[in-house]
Every structure is written in structure tokens, then in C-alpha cells.
Write a protein that binds this ligand. Sequence first.
Ligand SMILES: [Zn+2]
Length: 313
Amino acid sequence: MKTQFIVHPDEISKERIDELKACKINCLGIHPVGGKNAYKTLEDLVALLKTESFRSLLDYAKDSAVVIEYELHSMGYLMPKTLYNLHPEYFRVDKDGVRNPDYNFCISNGEAMEIVCENAVTLAQNLYNSSDNYYFWVDDGHDVFCHCDKCKSISPSDQALIITNAVQRALRKFNPNAKCAYLAYMCTITPPTIQKEKGVFLEYAPFEKYTAKGENAPTLIEQEQAMLTPLLEYFGKENAKVLEYWYDNSLYSSWKKPPKKFTLNEKQMQNDIDFYKQKGFSYVSTFGCYLGKDYENLYGKPDLTPFTNATKE
Ligand SMILES: [Zn+2]
């Protein structure tokens, strides 16, 4: 199985890359902090990617045969909020009927879509040492899609795929091997109903599994079956990837620093991975944020070998 460990940009070090190599983890995922300000953290990453020091780290990863991929909530970056004053029509209408530059954009506006696609190509060119897999996700939130008269009957999953399809077509022109992820996460966890573009693949992030609460919460396996079966029927197994939270100490620290001491639920991870293998996934990834240098100074090095052992064939 192909494996990936995802961290925030400031958590990348030579030591971390050495560890990934030693643990035979194939890919280092770079993830700027999500949430409402994801467009700013992505701006910061793009600036960082122009520095010699960060590039030399990414070259070190490449020389160590550790692949680089960028996992990005990117719409707020691809549709610059500075355009709002001149072109409010580019932006989404929120649930209250107000044009709002908070998240995503109006997918029925052709000019807006063109801008997003042009900026996606520029962003892809700036993603130093990136693999051919691109993760230009929609913005991070519960209600991020457009409710204008033209968009309101289009489901969140279809809105997300319309964007992903357009970005995929644009990226293919600059990189014929480009493949774009459809992120199945929160309100896009149900499959789309429109046709997907060639090269678009499933990235399944079962966040709900970690937030379902109460007596009536379904058992994990029931919930996973219910979410995954229709997604795999729609996308197929080819290039399908799981994005998990087994090592996500930002989640366990409630996204607040300082990081809490992390304890891996090894049994749960093994059960999950066995289940994903049985479902036909060939690429398994986990967030590993809040385990950087500040964590090590407090609690020592996190152990990544259980992840390697659990994904062995
Ligand atoms: Zn719209």
C-alpha cells in the first residue's frame, strides 16, 4: 500500500524526512492550517515555497525518495477576496441570500470559474516538487457552497465536482499526468450525480467518524459502510485514497497549541486499515499535525512505526 503522513509546513524538518524514509512511508503531505483563514495559510505556504531554505528541505525529501504532495483548502485562495468590491457576482450567495466572500465562489459564474482555473494552474506551478496528484479542495466549513438562483438546486457534492472537473481540465493542459482529488468530507461525503472528468479520483476523509456522538450514533463500521459503498460505486477503486486522522494530534488537541500528549489508538487504526484494504484502497494517508518540534520538546518523538506495520501487505 502507498502511504502518506501529512503535517503543517512548519513541522517539516530533515529529521522528520529521515524518519519517513526509515519507516518506508512513501509520501510527505504538506497541509497549511484549514478553517476560515485557510486562504491566508496557503498564501504563507506559497511565499515559503519561494525560499531557498524550504526548497532545500523539499529537495532533501526528493533525494530521500519521499514524494511531496500538497493537501490544500484552496478556493479562498484561488478566488481572491480582493475582487469582491469590483465583482461581487463572482462570490457565493450564502444561506441568508447575501453575496459573501467568506467561502468558495459562485460556480454558475463563468468568469469566476475561469479565474479559479487560471489561478489553479499558477498555484500548481508554485507547488515545488509536487507529484502529479493535486488536492485543490473546496473551502473548509459546514456551509461553503453557493445558494444563488442558478446554484441552489445543485448539491454540495455536485458543486464540488463541477469545480474539481474544471480545475482538472485546466491542470491537464499544463501537466498531462495531472490528477485531481475529489474530497469526500463533511457535506460532500455523498457521491455526486454528474459525470466526473477523467483523472478525478476519490479522496475519502471520514471526519464524521470522529465527531458522531450520542446514543444513536451508528457504530463506526456501519457508518463507514454507509458512507463508503456509494462513493466507491461512483468513483471506482482506481487511485482511491483514504485521508485518516489516526495521528492527527491537532484534532486531539482541539486545534489549540500547545499540543496535548498524543496516544495512538493502534487497534482502531489496524481495524480501519484492514477494512480499507478489503474495500480495495491502495493509498492510505493520515494527518500527523501537532507532532512537530514543539511536541517533541514536550513529550519526545512520536512513533510512526505502528503506521508502517499496519499497512504492510
Ligand atoms: Zn451561484
